[in-house]
Design a protein around this ligand. Structure first.
Ligand code: UD1
Ligand code: UDP
Length: 411
């Protein structure tokens, strides 16, 4: 009997992170029958990603409303995903991450007594309101899941501490690294993209994104003022800021930054263009989860525009720094990296701690073994392990022991 799988996605990062899982499932047609459910929590931002990955949803639930509330969105996802489950009758529903689509779809599947596989499970900031509502969404999905695909050893630890049994956890690496690796070998051009008119004048490019609910209002305003300070203080930089479609983000960013010299506000970029910008930029300022995971692949230092992160590995490895949203911190930390070549170099060295490009195949293999009632879900030596971080040049004199501790996330 084939294993029937529903893969649910609803937002841009879910499409990017599930694309290769869906392809890997479809590459094993004798074992899996796969339906893609698009809740439509995002419309434009997700549809462009699906087009790029050539994924045609089998169910399009069209739940998005302008400036939707979390409760109304959750209600619509519960209703419509239940219907898709009843029609397709899957053996397992796969959800990804911490969005309302992920949590509400897990709940809808659970109410239909269908086992849930949770991809990107176990990340924790340990603060229920930061990120909001993602910390709760992800924890709630953990309660409902039958299999937990933890991207890193730290995520596995978090789940074990919460009482999840070890045999239900598979450490996979993050699937975003699979997508990124597959994509970064493809040719790209900025012609006919929102980046076409950015002058090629040797300015260093600072890439900025920000959309988190907990930053709306004052924090977002401080960030915008800091960006204005930065272009004034550094005549050799240009800030490129693809602005998220959420109207709460747009109103602040557009009103404070529009028509500022060397600050380029753009529409959301399609994924290949965004990745090409990530490769070409000098450094990244972001509150995005996915971008924190992607930037180390290209050796780009990340200043995390948040007080807390549920993805601390890059900071533990010295490739990211959590700086918050105050105007001073953003100006000072960014200026430091713009001015100090050694500090910059320290942050741009090392392997990406989030994945090795083989996460999707691990997930699909574990689901196949689960369906065949095999144990373990995936042999320990096939699961994802972090490579130790090389000693940064600047700290060569530090003891090897200290560097190893840092690499293991204990420092
Ligand atoms: C959502 C996720 C967040 C994730 C982010 C990724 C929740 C609660 N939030 O936040 O975890 O990090 O996506 O981008 O699940 N809109 C459009 N077109 C689009 C997308 C959004 O117009 O393609 C506008 C709509 O007015 C919509 C609003 O943005 O109502 C908010 O969208 P929503 O998905 O609720 O929240 P995000 O802020 O996008
Ligand atoms: N991204 C994109 N175009 C953009 C901005 C981001 O394709 O203009 C990609 C980015 O590479 C990453 C994902 O979208 O893979 C992150 O999405 P977002 O920041 O919206 O959500 P989060 O990861 O914070 O949930």
């Amino acid at each position: 009997m084939k294993c029937r799988i529903i893969a649910v996605l609803g937002t841009r990062p879910e499409a990017i992170k599930l694309a290769l899982v869906i392809h890997a499932l479809r590459q094993r047609p004798e074992e899996f029958e796969t339906a893609v459910v698009h809740t439509g929590q995002h419309r434009t931002m997700l549809d462009s990603a699906l087009q790029f990955f050539k994924i045609k949803p089998d169910f399009d639930l069209a739940v998005m409303r302008p400036n939707q509330t979390l409760n109304s969105l959750t209600g619509r996802v519960l209703d419509t995903v239940e219907n898709a489950c009843q029609r397709f009758e899957p053996n397992m529903v796969l959800v990804q991450g911490d969005t309302t689509t992920a949590f509400a779809s897990a709940l809808a599947a659970y109410y239909c007594k269908i086992p849930v596989g949770h991809i990107e499970a176990g990340l924790r900031s340990h603060n229920l309101y930061d990120p909001f509502p993602e910390e709760a969404n992800r924890r709630l999905a953990s309660v409902l899941a039958e299999i937990h695909f933890a991207p890193t050893a730290l995520a596995r630890e978090n789940l074990l501490v919460e009482g999840v049994s070890a045999e239900k956890i598979v450490v996979t690496g993050n699937t975003v690294i699979d997508t990124l690796r597959a994509l970064s070998v493809l040719p790209y051009s900025w012609e006919n993209t929102p980046l076409a008119n950015i002058p090629d004048d040797n300015c260093r490019l600072v890439l900025v994104t920000s959309h988190r609910r907990e930053s709306w209002g004052a924090d977002q305003e401080h960030m915008c003022m800091a960006l204005k300070d930065l272009v004034k203080q550094h005549p050799d930089i240009r800030i490129i800021y693809p602005v998220h479609m959420n109207p709460n983000v747009r109103s602040t960013v557009n009103s404070l930054l529009q028509n500022t010299d060397r600050i380029h506000l753009t529409e959301p970029l399609d994924y290949i263009t965004f990745v090409s910008l990530l490769r070409r930029c000098f450094l990244v300022l972001t509150d995005s989860g996915g971008i924190q995971e992607e930037a180390p692949t290209f050796g780009k230092p990340v200043l995390v525009l948040r007080k807390l992160t549920e993805r601390p590995e890059a900071a533990q490895f010295g490739m990211a720094k959590i700086i918050g949203m105050s105007r001073d911190a953003i100006v000072n930390e960014t200026s430091h990296l713009l001015n100090d070549a050694l500090a910059y170099q320290d942050m741009s060295e090392g392997e990406n701690p989030y994945g090795d490009g083989h996460s999707s195949e691990r997930i699909v293999e574990a689901v196949a073994r689960w369906h065949e009632k095999k144990s373990p879900l995936l042999a320990a030596d096939k699961q994802f392990k972090l490579a130790p971080r090389p000693v940064p040049r600047r700290r060569k004199s530090d003891s090897q022991e200290g560097a190893n501790k840092a690499a293991a996330g204990k420092a």
